[in-house]
Design a protein around this ligand. Structure first.
Ligand SMILES: [Zn+2]
Ligand SMILES: [Zn+2]
Length: 378
Protein backbone atom coordinates (compact mmCIF):
# COMPACT_ATOMS: atom_id res chain seq x y z
CA UNK A 1 0.00 0.00 0.00
CA UNK A 2 1.45 3.34 -1.08
CA UNK A 3 1.39 6.67 0.70
CA UNK A 4 -1.82 7.60 -1.11
CA UNK A 5 -3.44 4.36 0.05
CA UNK A 6 -2.48 5.06 3.67
CA UNK A 7 -3.81 8.64 3.41
CA UNK A 8 -7.12 7.38 1.98
CA UNK A 9 -7.36 4.77 4.73
CA UNK A 10 -6.78 7.42 7.41
CA UNK A 11 -9.24 9.84 5.77
CA UNK A 12 -11.84 7.05 5.75
CA UNK A 13 -11.99 7.31 9.54
CA UNK A 14 -12.86 11.04 9.61
CA UNK A 15 -16.66 10.55 9.48
CA UNK A 16 -16.40 7.96 12.30
CA UNK A 17 -14.30 10.39 14.34
CA UNK A 18 -16.86 13.13 13.63
CA UNK A 19 -19.78 10.94 14.82
CA UNK A 20 -17.80 9.89 17.90
CA UNK A 21 -17.00 13.55 18.70
CA UNK A 22 -20.67 14.53 18.35
CA UNK A 23 -21.70 11.67 20.67
CA UNK A 24 -19.05 12.64 23.25
CA UNK A 25 -20.17 16.26 23.15
CA UNK A 26 -23.85 15.27 23.41
CA UNK A 27 -22.91 13.13 26.42
CA UNK A 28 -21.31 16.12 28.12
CA UNK A 29 -24.17 18.47 27.22
CA UNK A 30 -26.88 16.05 28.38
CA UNK A 31 -25.32 14.46 31.45
CA UNK A 32 -23.29 17.36 32.82
CA UNK A 33 -25.02 20.52 31.62
CA UNK A 34 -28.65 19.34 31.67
CA UNK A 35 -28.86 16.57 34.26
CA UNK A 36 -26.26 17.72 36.79
CA UNK A 37 -26.21 21.51 36.49
CA UNK A 38 -29.89 22.12 35.75
CA UNK A 39 -31.93 19.14 36.95
CA UNK A 40 -30.01 18.44 40.16
CA UNK A 41 -31.42 21.64 41.69
CA UNK A 42 -34.93 21.11 40.37
CA UNK A 43 -35.84 17.41 40.60
CA UNK A 44 -33.50 14.60 41.59
CA UNK A 45 -35.94 11.75 40.70
CA UNK A 46 -36.39 13.21 37.23
CA UNK A 47 -32.65 13.57 36.87
CA UNK A 48 -32.10 9.91 37.82
CA UNK A 49 -34.84 8.77 35.42
CA UNK A 50 -33.31 10.77 32.57
CA UNK A 51 -29.82 9.46 33.35
CA UNK A 52 -30.89 5.80 33.45
CA UNK A 53 -32.91 5.97 30.22
CA UNK A 54 -30.24 8.04 28.49
CA UNK A 55 -27.54 5.50 29.25
CA UNK A 56 -29.71 2.59 28.08
CA UNK A 57 -30.32 4.27 24.70
CA UNK A 58 -26.68 5.32 24.46
CA UNK A 59 -25.34 1.80 25.11
CA UNK A 60 -27.72 0.21 22.57
CA UNK A 61 -26.81 2.82 19.98
CA UNK A 62 -23.06 2.45 20.57
CA UNK A 63 -23.21 -1.37 20.47
CA UNK A 64 -24.99 -1.38 17.10
CA UNK A 65 -22.63 1.30 15.76
CA UNK A 66 -19.57 -0.57 16.99
CA UNK A 67 -20.71 -3.87 15.47
CA UNK A 68 -21.48 -2.21 12.13
CA UNK A 69 -18.00 -0.67 12.02
CA UNK A 70 -15.99 -3.67 13.14
CA UNK A 71 -17.79 -6.58 11.49
CA UNK A 72 -15.63 -7.44 8.51
CA UNK A 73 -17.28 -8.80 5.37
CA UNK A 74 -16.86 -12.56 4.96
CA UNK A 75 -14.51 -13.50 2.17
CA UNK A 76 -15.99 -15.06 -0.96
CA UNK A 77 -15.48 -18.87 -0.68
CA UNK A 78 -12.48 -20.22 -2.58
CA UNK A 79 -14.57 -22.29 -5.03
CA UNK A 80 -15.77 -19.07 -6.68
CA UNK A 81 -12.20 -18.05 -7.55
CA UNK A 82 -10.73 -19.29 -10.82
CA UNK A 83 -7.76 -21.59 -10.38
CA UNK A 84 -4.58 -20.67 -12.25
CA UNK A 85 -5.36 -23.13 -15.04
CA UNK A 86 -8.95 -21.91 -15.32
CA UNK A 87 -7.76 -18.33 -15.37
CA UNK A 88 -5.26 -19.17 -18.09
CA UNK A 89 -7.97 -20.84 -20.14
CA UNK A 90 -10.33 -17.90 -19.62
CA UNK A 91 -7.82 -15.19 -20.42
CA UNK A 92 -6.41 -17.01 -23.44
CA UNK A 93 -9.83 -16.80 -25.10
CA UNK A 94 -10.55 -13.59 -27.01
CA UNK A 95 -14.10 -14.18 -28.16
CA UNK A 96 -16.62 -12.93 -25.65
CA UNK A 97 -19.16 -15.67 -26.44
CA UNK A 98 -16.52 -18.30 -25.72
CA UNK A 99 -15.57 -16.56 -22.49
CA UNK A 100 -19.20 -16.74 -21.39
CA UNK A 101 -19.31 -20.46 -22.20
CA UNK A 102 -16.06 -21.08 -20.30
CA UNK A 103 -17.45 -19.39 -17.19
CA UNK A 104 -20.70 -21.31 -17.52
CA UNK A 105 -18.78 -24.57 -17.70
CA UNK A 106 -16.86 -23.61 -14.52
CA UNK A 107 -20.14 -22.93 -12.74
CA UNK A 108 -21.53 -26.27 -13.89
CA UNK A 109 -18.38 -28.22 -13.02
CA UNK A 110 -18.08 -26.66 -9.57
CA UNK A 111 -21.86 -26.81 -9.03
CA UNK A 112 -21.91 -23.21 -7.85
CA UNK A 113 -25.33 -22.03 -6.61
CA UNK A 114 -25.68 -19.09 -8.98
CA UNK A 115 -28.95 -17.83 -10.42
CA UNK A 116 -28.13 -14.29 -11.49
CA UNK A 117 -26.60 -13.27 -14.79
CA UNK A 118 -25.22 -10.20 -16.49
CA UNK A 119 -27.51 -8.18 -18.74
CA UNK A 120 -25.90 -10.05 -21.65
CA UNK A 121 -26.84 -13.42 -20.16
CA UNK A 122 -23.32 -14.39 -19.06
CA UNK A 123 -21.98 -15.24 -15.62
CA UNK A 124 -21.07 -12.27 -13.44
CA UNK A 125 -17.29 -12.19 -13.25
CA UNK A 126 -14.99 -9.85 -11.31
CA UNK A 127 -11.92 -9.02 -13.37
CA UNK A 128 -10.15 -7.57 -10.34
CA UNK A 129 -10.68 -10.42 -7.86
CA UNK A 130 -10.70 -13.07 -10.63
CA UNK A 131 -13.80 -14.78 -9.34
CA UNK A 132 -17.29 -15.68 -10.46
CA UNK A 133 -19.50 -13.46 -8.37
CA UNK A 134 -21.98 -15.25 -6.13
CA UNK A 135 -25.57 -13.96 -6.27
CA UNK A 136 -25.95 -10.48 -4.73
CA UNK A 137 -22.16 -10.08 -4.50
CA UNK A 138 -20.59 -6.88 -5.85
CA UNK A 139 -17.11 -5.48 -6.06
CA UNK A 140 -16.54 -2.54 -3.69
CA UNK A 141 -14.02 -0.09 -5.10
CA UNK A 142 -13.32 1.35 -1.62
CA UNK A 143 -12.65 -2.01 0.04
CA UNK A 144 -11.17 -3.31 -3.25
CA UNK A 145 -12.84 -6.66 -2.75
CA UNK A 146 -15.95 -8.54 -3.75
CA UNK A 147 -18.48 -8.24 -0.94
CA UNK A 148 -21.25 -10.76 -0.26
CA UNK A 149 -24.75 -9.26 -0.51
CA UNK A 150 -23.25 -5.82 -0.73
CA UNK A 151 -25.69 -3.07 0.19
CA UNK A 152 -23.44 -0.02 -0.04
CA UNK A 153 -20.14 1.27 1.29
CA UNK A 154 -21.04 3.54 4.19
CA UNK A 155 -18.56 6.33 5.02
CA UNK A 156 -20.22 6.92 8.42
CA UNK A 157 -19.12 3.46 9.58
CA UNK A 158 -16.08 3.25 7.26
CA UNK A 159 -17.17 -0.23 6.27
CA UNK A 160 -19.16 -2.05 3.67
CA UNK A 161 -22.74 -2.67 4.70
CA UNK A 162 -23.30 -6.20 3.51
CA UNK A 163 -24.54 -9.67 4.45
CA UNK A 164 -22.52 -9.80 7.69
CA UNK A 165 -23.52 -6.49 9.24
CA UNK A 166 -26.77 -5.43 7.56
CA UNK A 167 -28.78 -6.28 10.68
CA UNK A 168 -26.36 -4.23 12.80
CA UNK A 169 -26.65 -1.33 10.37
CA UNK A 170 -30.46 -1.31 10.53
CA UNK A 171 -30.30 -1.53 14.34
CA UNK A 172 -27.76 1.30 14.33
CA UNK A 173 -30.24 3.48 12.42
CA UNK A 174 -33.07 2.39 14.72
CA UNK A 175 -31.15 3.14 17.93
CA UNK A 176 -29.82 6.42 16.55
CA UNK A 177 -33.42 7.54 16.07
CA UNK A 178 -34.38 6.38 19.57
CA UNK A 179 -31.35 8.08 21.13
CA UNK A 180 -31.90 11.36 19.28
CA UNK A 181 -35.66 11.30 19.86
CA UNK A 182 -35.18 10.71 23.58
CA UNK A 183 -32.65 13.54 23.85
CA UNK A 184 -34.84 15.93 21.81
CA UNK A 185 -38.03 15.20 23.75
CA UNK A 186 -36.37 15.52 27.18
CA UNK A 187 -34.44 18.67 26.25
CA UNK A 188 -37.51 20.33 24.69
CA UNK A 189 -38.88 21.87 27.97
CA UNK A 190 -35.48 23.49 28.68
CA UNK A 191 -35.20 24.61 25.06
CA UNK A 192 -38.52 26.43 25.52
CA UNK A 193 -37.32 27.88 28.82
CA UNK A 194 -34.31 29.28 26.99
CA UNK A 195 -36.58 31.35 24.75
CA UNK A 196 -38.62 32.42 27.79
CA UNK A 197 -35.43 33.51 29.57
CA UNK A 198 -35.85 31.01 32.45
CA UNK A 199 -32.75 28.91 31.92
CA UNK A 200 -30.36 30.80 34.18
CA UNK A 201 -27.69 33.30 33.37
CA UNK A 202 -24.82 31.16 32.17
CA UNK A 203 -24.65 31.76 28.40
CA UNK A 204 -22.47 28.73 27.60
CA UNK A 205 -24.93 26.36 29.32
CA UNK A 206 -27.90 27.86 27.56
CA UNK A 207 -26.30 27.45 24.15
CA UNK A 208 -25.28 23.86 24.94
CA UNK A 209 -28.97 23.07 25.54
CA UNK A 210 -30.08 24.86 22.37
CA UNK A 211 -27.48 23.14 20.19
CA UNK A 212 -28.21 19.78 21.81
CA UNK A 213 -31.87 20.13 20.86
CA UNK A 214 -31.12 21.21 17.29
CA UNK A 215 -28.53 18.46 16.77
CA UNK A 216 -30.87 15.77 18.15
CA UNK A 217 -33.76 16.88 15.92
CA UNK A 218 -31.54 17.19 12.86
CA UNK A 219 -29.94 13.73 13.25
CA UNK A 220 -33.28 12.17 14.15
CA UNK A 221 -35.00 13.45 11.00
CA UNK A 222 -32.16 12.66 8.61
CA UNK A 223 -31.67 9.14 9.97
CA UNK A 224 -35.45 8.63 9.95
CA UNK A 225 -35.46 9.04 6.16
CA UNK A 226 -32.66 6.50 5.86
CA UNK A 227 -34.46 4.16 8.27
CA UNK A 228 -37.66 4.32 6.21
CA UNK A 229 -35.71 3.42 3.10
CA UNK A 230 -33.93 0.47 4.74
CA UNK A 231 -37.13 -0.77 6.35
CA UNK A 232 -38.65 -0.92 2.89
CA UNK A 233 -35.56 -2.68 1.52
CA UNK A 234 -35.54 -5.21 4.37
CA UNK A 235 -39.23 -6.00 3.98
CA UNK A 236 -38.86 -6.47 0.21
CA UNK A 237 -35.54 -8.34 0.47
CA UNK A 238 -33.52 -5.94 -1.65
CA UNK A 239 -30.17 -4.30 -1.16
CA UNK A 240 -29.65 -0.64 -1.95
CA UNK A 241 -27.74 -1.63 -5.08
CA UNK A 242 -30.57 -3.94 -6.17
CA UNK A 243 -33.12 -1.17 -5.64
CA UNK A 244 -31.22 0.97 -8.15
CA UNK A 245 -30.39 -1.85 -10.53
CA UNK A 246 -32.50 -4.98 -10.45
CA UNK A 247 -30.66 -8.32 -10.40
CA UNK A 248 -30.89 -10.19 -13.70
CA UNK A 249 -32.24 -13.72 -13.85
CA UNK A 250 -32.97 -16.02 -16.77
CA UNK A 251 -36.30 -14.30 -17.28
CA UNK A 252 -34.69 -10.87 -17.13
CA UNK A 253 -34.20 -8.15 -14.50
CA UNK A 254 -36.39 -8.68 -11.46
CA UNK A 255 -36.35 -6.57 -8.29
CA UNK A 256 -38.51 -9.19 -6.58
CA UNK A 257 -36.16 -12.03 -7.53
CA UNK A 258 -34.89 -12.68 -4.01
CA UNK A 259 -38.10 -11.95 -2.15
CA UNK A 260 -39.39 -14.68 0.12
CA UNK A 261 -42.90 -13.68 -0.85
CA UNK A 262 -43.91 -11.94 2.38
CA UNK A 263 -42.73 -9.03 4.51
CA UNK A 264 -42.34 -11.40 7.45
CA UNK A 265 -40.21 -13.88 5.49
CA UNK A 266 -38.02 -11.10 4.15
CA UNK A 267 -37.61 -9.55 7.60
CA UNK A 268 -36.61 -12.89 9.08
CA UNK A 269 -33.94 -13.40 6.42
CA UNK A 270 -32.06 -10.45 7.95
CA UNK A 271 -33.16 -10.65 11.58
CA UNK A 272 -33.59 -14.40 12.01
CA UNK A 273 -36.48 -16.47 13.34
CA UNK A 274 -36.06 -15.84 17.05
CA UNK A 275 -37.81 -12.68 18.23
CA UNK A 276 -35.67 -12.39 21.36
CA UNK A 277 -32.62 -11.58 19.21
CA UNK A 278 -34.24 -9.10 16.84
CA UNK A 279 -33.30 -5.98 18.81
CA UNK A 280 -29.91 -7.20 19.99
CA UNK A 281 -26.88 -6.54 17.78
CA UNK A 282 -25.78 -10.15 17.47
CA UNK A 283 -25.64 -11.93 14.14
CA UNK A 284 -28.84 -13.87 13.42
CA UNK A 285 -29.26 -13.45 9.66
CA UNK A 286 -30.16 -16.56 7.70
CA UNK A 287 -28.08 -18.32 5.10
CA UNK A 288 -24.39 -18.23 4.28
CA UNK A 289 -24.20 -15.02 2.24
CA UNK A 290 -23.50 -16.99 -0.92
CA UNK A 291 -26.65 -18.88 -1.82
CA UNK A 292 -30.14 -17.43 -1.71
CA UNK A 293 -33.54 -18.95 -2.31
CA UNK A 294 -34.89 -17.53 -5.52
CA UNK A 295 -38.38 -17.37 -6.85
CA UNK A 296 -39.65 -20.70 -8.04
CA UNK A 297 -39.87 -19.80 -11.70
CA UNK A 298 -36.12 -19.16 -11.88
CA UNK A 299 -35.29 -22.60 -10.61
CA UNK A 300 -37.90 -24.10 -12.86
CA UNK A 301 -36.98 -22.16 -15.99
CA UNK A 302 -33.33 -23.01 -15.42
CA UNK A 303 -34.20 -26.66 -15.41
CA UNK A 304 -36.56 -26.56 -18.33
CA UNK A 305 -34.58 -24.29 -20.58
CA UNK A 306 -31.16 -25.75 -20.10
CA UNK A 307 -30.91 -29.44 -19.48
CA UNK A 308 -27.26 -29.34 -18.55
CA UNK A 309 -28.01 -27.02 -15.67
CA UNK A 310 -30.30 -29.59 -14.12
CA UNK A 311 -27.57 -30.78 -11.84
CA UNK A 312 -27.41 -27.29 -10.37
CA UNK A 313 -30.90 -27.66 -9.04
CA UNK A 314 -30.01 -30.76 -7.15
CA UNK A 315 -26.66 -29.45 -6.06
CA UNK A 316 -27.88 -26.04 -4.99
CA UNK A 317 -28.15 -25.12 -1.36
CA UNK A 318 -30.59 -27.56 0.08
CA UNK A 319 -32.24 -25.27 2.53
CA UNK A 320 -35.72 -25.73 3.80
CA UNK A 321 -36.78 -22.62 1.95
CA UNK A 322 -35.43 -23.87 -1.32
CA UNK A 323 -37.20 -27.14 -0.83
CA UNK A 324 -40.33 -25.22 -0.03
CA UNK A 325 -39.88 -23.33 -3.28
CA UNK A 326 -39.61 -26.54 -5.18
CA UNK A 327 -42.80 -27.75 -3.60
CA UNK A 328 -44.43 -24.58 -4.82
CA UNK A 329 -43.63 -25.33 -8.42
CA UNK A 330 -44.04 -29.06 -8.39
CA UNK A 331 -47.16 -30.73 -7.35
CA UNK A 332 -46.61 -34.40 -7.14
CA UNK A 333 -49.79 -36.22 -6.86
CA UNK A 334 -49.39 -39.82 -6.00
CA UNK A 335 -52.51 -41.80 -5.77
CA UNK A 336 -52.99 -45.39 -5.14
CA UNK A 337 -56.39 -46.51 -6.06
CA UNK A 338 -58.48 -49.62 -6.40
CA UNK A 339 -61.24 -49.60 -8.91
CA UNK A 340 -63.46 -51.89 -10.85
CA UNK A 341 -64.03 -51.89 -14.54
CA UNK A 342 -67.38 -52.70 -15.94
CA UNK A 343 -67.98 -54.98 -18.88
CA UNK A 344 -70.52 -54.19 -21.54
CA UNK A 345 -73.22 -55.87 -19.50
CA UNK A 346 -72.57 -53.68 -16.56
CA UNK A 347 -71.03 -56.40 -14.42
CA UNK A 348 -67.96 -55.66 -12.50
CA UNK A 349 -65.07 -57.68 -13.80
CA UNK A 350 -62.87 -57.01 -10.84
CA UNK A 351 -60.00 -54.66 -10.33
CA UNK A 352 -56.66 -54.31 -8.79
CA UNK A 353 -54.40 -51.70 -7.25
CA UNK A 354 -52.82 -49.26 -9.66
CA UNK A 355 -50.29 -46.51 -8.94
CA UNK A 356 -50.68 -43.23 -10.75
CA UNK A 357 -47.98 -40.62 -10.49
CA UNK A 358 -48.68 -37.19 -11.87
CA UNK A 359 -46.00 -34.52 -11.99
CA UNK A 360 -47.01 -31.04 -12.97
CA UNK A 361 -44.34 -28.45 -13.61
CA UNK A 362 -45.44 -24.88 -14.03
CA UNK A 363 -43.08 -22.34 -15.49
CA UNK A 364 -42.15 -20.82 -18.78
CA UNK A 365 -42.88 -24.20 -20.25
CA UNK A 366 -45.25 -26.79 -18.96
CA UNK A 367 -44.66 -30.42 -18.49
CA UNK A 368 -46.94 -33.20 -17.41
CA UNK A 369 -45.71 -36.70 -16.82
CA UNK A 370 -48.26 -39.35 -16.27
CA UNK A 371 -47.02 -42.73 -15.27
CA UNK A 372 -49.27 -45.68 -14.65
CA UNK A 373 -47.65 -48.64 -13.10
CA UNK A 374 -49.16 -52.08 -13.40
CA UNK A 375 -52.15 -53.29 -15.39
CA UNK A 376 -55.43 -51.66 -14.87
CA UNK A 377 -57.35 -54.84 -15.29
CA UNK A 378 -56.68 -58.49 -15.38
ZN1 LIG B 1 -14.05 -8.13 -7.00
ZN1 LIG C 1 -16.64 -1.36 0.75
Amino acid sequence: MGVLGVCLKVCGWFPVVFITAVVLWSYYAYVVELCIFILLDRSIPLMLLYLVLYHIFLVLFLCAYWKTIWTSPTKVPSEFYLSSSELQQYEAEDRSEEKIEILKSFVRDKRLPIWTRTYGGGMRYCHICKLIKPDRCHHCSVCNACILKMDHHCPWVNNCVCYNNYKFFVLFLFYTILYCFFVAITVLPYFIQFWQGNLGDRAARKFQIVFLFFAAVMFCLSVLILMCMHTHLTLTNRSTLESFRAPVFRHGPDKEGFSRGSFCGNFKEVFGDEKKYWLIPIFTSKGDGVSYPVQARDQDSDRLLEGDMESDIGSGPETEDRDAGKKGIRESIKTSTTYSTMNSSGVAEGGNRDHVTLHMDKGEGAQVNLAIEGDSTR
